[in-house]
Ligand binder design. Structure first.
Ligand code: NAI
Length: 745
């Protein structure tokens, strides 16, 4: 019996001998992904595990009384695979699970994997080395390495296609899907593990003397497809399209392809080569950083000292949504999917009917995606989803999410009403994208229960929920909003209150640079291409057409930057002494709101169309505009496009950190990955900045701000300068260079 360290997933080796006597010994197995531990500890544990596994197998083979070996996990879990932190440790490379899996397979005695709970990553690869696999009906299996920028490097890319065929293996390995693979044959009783032992002992699964050769996956051919070549080239196109510049899916594909073309041993060598490419690509580190950042932001803190440790969320039994426009309808759908009863309220019956139709359409579509969805969601039941124009119906709800027009006066009027009608404990949330939470809260008698819950469009799909605390927001309210994010299966990120909060505030200089680039000579399609090649799903102009140019126009009119409230005599391209581009306003004045009107920065096949085509009208409009304002057109290369857009966004991020609006760079990265389509394999804007090098970013910003002194967004942030002066400390130390208290994560 070997020592087992607490918290470790373990495997039992059970020597099944003829007289039903079972000797068991336990070895620590790969640590569960969720348990964080010191890398050196892990290293020791994995080595102990691998050594013990090897010794155990050798002993079992040498002992004539042993007839078979079974590998299973403890506490209902086979194995969640290796600790992700271990992958980035340089020493990790010395540990090879692959040869041990081969050893399992070469065993002269039948080896059986009895899978319960999860078999993921290295855990599933161990199971693939066994001669038999038996799994509980609820067991979930997968090779999720691709999601952290790697591939299954213990021969999994070579064995899985031999077991399940190329299409299924490619699907699992290139997407990292975790699947329930067991379909119990009709009439078969689902057994628990003790029963499984009994079944083995009764030799049901292992008829004596059955040869093991055919059970060794490495000796099996990969099942042929009639059109393998065509299938693979089609699959590659699909993989590349979904990868958006992420290497891992394509290299996973290459590894599986090798299995179809080369003998097993050569395929394994190819798998190793590709694994090493990924390990040193930088993308794996970015993806692993993103994985941990998402977990880190759940532990929120505020500069005043409130934190997740001391605050408890209140239960939400019933919610309300006010306004069923673009956002409200998605928010209602999200709540219904999370089985929270909802009251949906609109300003009048006409809007209510429109909203109801839209919500029902979304819910029907969501239900179709779910097994037995319609019954589970039960959205035709008024106890689950009620539509109304009557504020009195909101008396008994625990939480309200306001999603009406972006207008302060209107929002204040609504919050005043809510404060009078809703029960005293009810939380009042606003979905505003930029407005001052304190001012909205001031319209109520309970500012401690007012909070910003900023959803992203489409609200039932996008994972981010930016949670904005105001001056008076209580820790309980923050905890409740964070809990809501969790229940809605979203990632909540807590930030402070400022115009545009964290996400949109960083977006402003980015979008502004994109438009300035058009003024100076670029085209929407050129800018979008550079940003999409970087890995964003959608460039700034396609994005603006999708969201609607009128949204920003209304906001700029509200701020007095354009429209009737603009003081006469204001220069066309200047506001408050800074450079301003009226281009988006001019497009709106021409009725070009984007997809909804069939024209924006691009042209579309019809109003509501989705296929963007470059528009000759826009090109000649841009030339005329440059002539009118005597702007010298010049060729702008890809590097400048990328740097001006991204570095200005990152620059704003440093200001946000310095002001304490976000409590760490991880927060901004999680916001950008989950809400703004920042490519995950680049780790988020602040992580990306750390990989580019802060000195380089600073130098470039200095260069661009010298060329454009009237653009504040290009003036390097004082915090960025400080970090460069301190010698470019690693990202996790940045916050310690701020002099505020409580600024560490
Ligand atoms: P929208 O214009 O599509 O919908 C607003 C809805 O509010 C309309 O259906 C309107 O009838 C309703 N409404 C107006 N006054 C009302 C009242 N007194 N009582 C009840 N309902 C009323 O607007 P959208 O885009 O859904 O935006 C809503 C809020 O969400 C805004 O604050 C916006 O800034 C914010 N937001 C918008 C995003 C987007 O992508 N559209 C993203 C994130 C936040």
């Amino acid at each position: 019996k070997l020592h087992v360290q607490s918290g470790y997933t373990v495997i039992f080796f059970k020597y099944l001998i003829c007289k039903n006597t079972i000797y068991t010994f336990i070895v620590p197995f790969l640590i569960s992904m969720l348990i964080l531990c010191q890398p050196h500890l892990l290293l020791v544990s994995v080595e102990i595990f691998l050594q013990a596994l090897e010794d155990g197998l050798k002993r079992a083979d040498a002992d004539p009384s042993v007839k078979a070996v079974m590998i299973c996990g403890e506490n209902g879990k086979f194995s969640a695979g290796a600790d992700i932190k271990g992958f980035s440790s340089p020493k990790r490379r010395g540990i090879a699970l692959g040869p041990i899996v081969s050893l399992i397979e070469r065993s002269e005695k039948p080896v059986v994997a009895a899978i319960e709970g999860v078999a993921l990553g290295g855990g599933l690869e161990v199971a693939l080395g066994c001669h038999y696999r038996i799994a509980h009906v609820k067991a979930r299996m997968g090779l999720p390495e691709v999601t952290i920028g790697l591939l299954p490097g213990a021969e999994g890319t070579q064995r899985l296609p031999r077991l399940v065929g190329v299409p299924a293996a490619l699907d699992m390995i290139t997407t990292g899907k975790v699947l329930c693979l067991v379909i119990p044959p009709k009439g078969v009783k689902i057994c628990s593990l003790p029963d499984v032992d009994a079944l083995f002992c009764n030799s049901i699964f292992l008829p004596p003397g059955q040869p093991l050769g055919p059970r060794r996956l490495s000796l099996k051919p990969v099942p042929k497809l009639p059109n393998m070549e065509a299938f693979l080239s089609e699959a590659l196109v699909k993989v590349k399209k979904q990868a958006h510049g992420c290497l891992a899916p394509e290299l996973c594909f290459q590894a599986v392809k090798a299995a179809t073309e080369q003998p097993f041993a050569d395929g394994v060598r190819r798998e190793q080569e590709l694994f090493n490419v990924l390990l040193t690509s930088g993308q794996a580190q970015a993806l692993q950083y993103a994985f941990f950042a998402e977990r880190a932001v759940q532990k929120w803190t505020t500069p005043s000292g409130a934190s997740w440790k001391s605050a408890s969320p209140q239960p939400i039994h019933k919610a309300a949504v006010i306004g069923l426009g673009t956002m409200g309808r998605g928010i209602v759908t999200s709540l219904v999917k999370a089985k929270i009863p909802v009251v949906a309220l609109e300003q009048d019956l006409e809007y209510l009917n429109m909203g109801r139709k839209a919500v029902m359409f979304l819910l029907e579509r969501e239900a179709m995606k779910m097994e037995q969805g319609a019954q589970t969601l039960d959205f035709h039941n008024p106890a689950r989803l009620q539509f109304t124009v009557d504020f009195d119906v909101l008396r008994d709800v625990d939480l309200v999410i306001e999603a009406v027009f972006e207008n302060m006066a209107l929002k204040k009027e609504i919050f005043h009403k809510l404060s009078r009608i809703c029960k005293p404990g009810a939380f009042l949330c606003t979905n505003t994208s930029a407005l001052n939470i304190n001012e909205i809260a001031s319209a109520t008698s309970r500012p401690q229960q007012v909070i910003g819950t900023h959803f992203f469009s489409p609200a039932h799909v996008m994972k981010l929920l930016e949670i904005i605390y105001g001056h008076h927001t209580s820790p309980t309210t923050i905890a409740t909003a964070m809990q809501l994010a969790k229940v809605l299966k979203k990632v909540g990120v807590v930030v402070g209150n400022c115009f545009g909060f964290a996400g949109n505030r960083m977006m402003f200089p980015y979008a502004q640079q994109a438009v300035f680039l058009l003024e100076e000579g670029s085209r929407p399609e050129a800018v979008d291409q550079v940003i999409e090649d970087f890995g964003f799903r959608i460039g700034p102009f396609r994005m603006s057409d999708l969201a609607g140019l009128d949204v920003g126009w209304r906001s700029r009119k509200g701020q007095g930057l354009t429209g009737p409230s603009l003081p006469p005599g204001t220069p066309a391209r200047q506001r408050h002494g800074h450079r301003y581009s009226p281009l988006p306003d001019l497009l709106c004045e021409n009725g070009r709101f984007g997809q909804k009107t069939g024209k924006g920065w691009y042209q579309y096949e019809k109003a509501g169309g989705r296929t963007a085509k470059p528009d000759p009208w826009l090109h000649s409009f841009l030339s005329q505009y440059r002539d009118t304002h005597r702007i010298k057109t010049r060729f702008i290369d890809q590097e400048e496009i990328l740097e001006r857009c991204l570095f200005s966004l990152i620059n704003e991020g440093f200001d946000i950190l310095a002001e304490g609006i976000a409590s760490g760079p991880e927060h901004l990265d999680v916001i950008y990955i989950n809400g703004y389509g920042w490519p995950k394999h680049r780790g988020g804007p602040m992580f990306y900045a750390s990989t580019v090098g802060l000195s380089r970013i600073l130098a470039k910003l200095q260069k661009y701000s010298e060329a454009h002194p009237d653009v504040p967004g290009l003036q390097p942030s004082a915090f960025l300068k400080k970090l460069v002066a301190m010698g470019n400390p690693p990202l996790k130390e940045w916050m310690s260079y701020l002099s505020r208290p409580n600024n560490k994560l």
